[in-house]
Design a binder for this molecule. Structure first.
Ligand SMILES: [Zn+2]
Length: 306
């Protein structure tokens, strides 16, 4: 059997396996993740990364796209030499912080030094609701300059859309309580995909994670621009979310991939399980099509050799 390509993971959060019970609303789950990340010991996260890489290997994953915010993933990743991109995450909701967030991400990559042969860094402005248009534009320019790919969480929940369009809802309360919003913060008044489009962030060198809350026009825009999308069946099931976008995306011709997401919102890093869950969530697609989405050879779309 050929191996799998896991196109979305946060190995650094593996220490949260089984810690946050399923069923919490997304904003409440985020509060728990932030609380645990703040008190996490670096060695626990690094050990979870190493254990996660072992689990990926054992369950047939041959190539990986991973998000790194704590700096604990590049070392263990380098040691296993799996073809991979480590996306350095950036979060900054204050427009004044855009430049420093990008500069810090690039410094982290520089400090880390080169990864193993066949591995590369990428940039991840976390999401339209945790960054600013300035930071997204700057990340697009930096990625263009360095040849790195971008990964951005986008349109994950209706709450994200509500926050960005109206400035209200549970994610606004979350960011307010975190004191993450500047005093004069105003919502952009646009849906997540429109914000990314306006920032020049859509295109074949960008991977969007989730894209659950998207309308037909947005699906077509992703197809027209060649923007790539990774969906995460295990996380979808964990949050008991509504319609899964996989069928619509595939039918519109969008390049779609499957990922496990993190063990904070999934019980396993097995891609075979993701394929099985996706088959249940997208009954209109043949199992052969869904298995194909997770094929290791699809990592070549991101310049990875498998
Ligand atoms: Zn994610």
């Amino acid at each position: 059997m050929r191996g799998f390509f896991n196109a979305h993971c946060h190995l650094e959060l593996g220490f949260l396996r089984g810690v946050i019970p399923p069923g919490l609303p997304f904003a409440d789950w985020l509060r728990e993740v932030v609380r645990h990340k703040r008190t996490a010991r670096r060695e626990d996260s690094a050990a979870a990364v190493a254990a996660g890489l072992f689990e990926l290997r054992e369950s047939g994953t041959q190539a990986l796209l991973d998000i790194d915010s704590l700096g604990t993933a590049p070392g263990p990743l380098r040691a296993v030499q799996m073809p991979a991109i480590s996306f350095t995450e950036m979060i900054a909701l204050d427009p004044a912080g855009a430049g420093s967030a990008l500069a810090y991400a690039r410094k982290r990559q520089e400090f880390e030094g080169p990864l193993a042969p066949g591995q590369a860094f990428g940039l991840s402005p976390h999401a339209p609701y945790t960054t600013t248009p300035d930071l997204i534009r700057a990340a697009v320019a930096a990625a263009h300059e360095t040849g790195q790919f971008l990964c951005i969480h986008a349109a994950e929940t209706p709450e994200e859309t509500e926050l960005l369009v109206h400035g209200t809802g549970p994610l606004h309360a979350f960011l307010h309580d975190m004191k993450a919003l500047p005093d004069n913060w105003q919502p952009p008044g646009m849906r997540p995909i429109a914000i990314l489009h306006a920032c020049g962030a859509l295109g074949p060198r960008t991977l969007l994670a989730h894209a659950n809350d998207i309308d037909d026009g947005e699906v077509n825009l992703l197809a027209e621009t060649g923007t790539r999308v990774v969906v995460c069946p295990g996380t979808h099931v964990y949050f008991q979310r509504g319609p899964f976008p996989l069928e619509r995306l595939v039918e519109a011709g969008v390049s779609v991939y499957l990922g496990t997401d993190s063990l904070a919102s999934n019980e396993s890093l097995s891609m075979a399980r993701e394929v099985e869950l996706a088959t249940g969530l997208a009954p209109g697609l043949s199992p052969a099509v869904i298995v194909g989405l997770a094929d290791a050879r699809r990592a070549r779309d991101f310049g990875l050799e498998v």
